[in-house]
Design a protein around this ligand. Structure first.
Ligand SMILES: Nc1nc2c(ncn2[C@@H]2O[C@H](COP(=O)(O)OP(=O)(O)O)[C@@H](O)[C@H]2O)c(=O)[nH]1
Ligand SMILES: [Mg+2]
Length: 437
């Protein structure tokens, strides 16, 4: 039988209000025991004294909300106790709930129950976790959209078409060769080809949704003393990296998480690029190069006192914004490369223009579009499997083999929304949740 669970759904105590959530078949009885009154009508808040079931001692005066199954978050009977957010209040009420036989919810348990009771599919459940973790406006928008079923609708419609094609394929296997209507076979072929094309287009999104979910990686690169750490500090608005006139001060990568016009950005300050014999500095430079290789965008900083050498220029490519630093020191000693931005972290000149240039890159690479974007590597893997199965199905020499590959393609799509083969995925997905969600 399903247990009745509870968890503190709000964070750090003390707080103005603390909310304990309950879900499961025992909720009504627990509310009656705790309040010594009838359960309030569903969805209307009632002020109730909460009493310890053994001693009768009043533990708090709380707002009690009841949601009757199935019209609740989990699909079960659910209650919320809005307590005064004191440590002793919460400790007293949780002790009372344990005394009444309730168990503490595991992380993600409420959303897992919602999934198990068909209140949402896996992409929607993942979106709940993403929404709670969202740090910028665009992350919030993407999560809300996915929570509303934008991805599940797309994947379910594809799965629907596949399952229909599969049914026709299997029916055709039962006909003898002469009896197969040729336009039916052609129709299946077209459905599979169309789906293959649509999935390929959906996958070729330059990881838009995943980048928005995980953050866009920007690396600050350049020679020692170019002003890299100073730029990180100005953009981050705090002293995250050590700034020093001594060359080679920054040796490890220092990261700052920024919100640039709604885009989540992980900005990394790196060790200055130069030839060196110092082991530790060399390791720092190795890390800087590695980060340059994986960054979505590079800011290549050039100080005005000397022309950049080959070591510095070697990291430059199409995903690089070139920046001339220390503009306050006067014109550079060399002709700056075309398209170079000019700024000074001392006066702040050019910083806004840099933020605009970064935003333009972000708009181009992860800007919101009409089509929903896949947000996790898990989705990408399943879609790739689906597409590969379709490719095999389309070139299968026998109808039986074509049907089998089509079945595999449908199953791969089903894994994304949780319509098949989900048990092993559940733990991974719900592990990321916080307790009380
Ligand atoms: N005049 C001037 N000096 C700067 C500017 N930005 C950084 N510096 C100085 O240049 C030196 C090196 O800066 P730092 O940020 O540590 O460079 P990094 O080695 O590239 O990280 C420090 O003495 C900074 O104060 C600037 O915009 N104008
Ligand atoms: Mg530095």
């Amino acid at each position: 039988m399903t247990s009745t669970i509870y968890a503190l759904a709000t964070s750090a105590l003390p707080a103005a209000v603390a909310i304990i959530r309950l879900s499961g078949p025992g909720v009504r009885q627990v509310l009656e025991r705790l309040t010594q009154k009838p359960v309030p009508p569903p969805r209307s808040a009632a002020l109730r004294g909460l009493l310890h079931p053994d001693t009768g001692e009043e533990l708090d005066k709380a707002l009690v909300l009841f949601f009757a199954a199935p019209a609740s978050y989990t699909g079960e009977d659910v209650a919320e106790l809005h307590l005064h957010g004191g440590r002793a209040v919460v400790a007293g009420v949780t002790a009372a709930l344990s005394a009444l036989g309730l168990s503490v919810a595991d992380p993600g348990a409420f959303t897992r129950r919602a999934f198990e009771n068909n209140k949402m599919d896996l992409t929607e459940a993942e979106a709940v976790a993403d929404l709670v973790a969202a740090e910028t406006a665009l992350q919030r928008r993407q999560s809300l959209r996915q929570m509303d079923g934008a991805l599940s609708k797309l994947y379910e419609s594809w799965r629907d078409r596949l399952v229909r094609a599969l049914a026709n394929l299997e029916a055709a296997i039962d006909f003898s060769d002469e009896e197969i209507p040729p336009d039916l076979a052609a129709g299946q072929h077209r459905t599979l080809t169309d789906l293959q094309n649509e999935i390929t287009a959906h996958l070729a999104d330059s990881r838009r949704g995943e980048r928005l979910r995980d953050g866009f990686s920007i690396a600050i690169l350049g020679a020692p003393n170019a002003g890299k750490s100073s730029l990180l500090n100005v953009l981050a608005g705090r002293e995250a990296a050590i700034v020093s006139a001594r060359a080679g001060t920054t040796r490890d990568i220092v990261e700052a998480h920024l919100d640039i016009n709604g885009y989540p950005v992980i900005l990394a300050d790196t060790a200055g690029l130069r030839e060196t014999t110092d082991d530790i500095e060399e390791e720092g430079i190795r890390r800087a190069r590695a980060r340059a290789g994986t960054a979505d965008l590079k800011l290549l900083l050039l100080a005005p006192d000397a022309a950049p050498d080959a070591t510095v220029l070697s990291v430059q490519d199409a995903e690089t914004i070139c920046i001339l630093t220390k503009a306050d020191l006067g014109p550079p000693a060399f002709p700056p490369p075309p398209g170079c931005l000019i700024l000074s972290t001392q006066t702040g000149a050019g910083i806004d223009a840099l933020i605009q240039a970064i935003t333009a890159r972000l708009d181009a690479s992860i800007g919101t579009s009409a089509a929903p974007a896949l947000t996790r590597a898990r989705h990408r893997e399943a879609l790739t499997t689906c597409r590969d199965s379709l490719t095999r199905a389309l070139s299968a020499p026998l109808p039986e083999l074509q049907a089998e590959d089509t079945r595999l393609a449908a199953r791969a799509l089903g894994r994304i929304t949780g319509r098949v083969d989900v048990e092993d995925l559940l733990d991974i997905i719900f592990r990321d949740f916080c307790i009380g969600k």
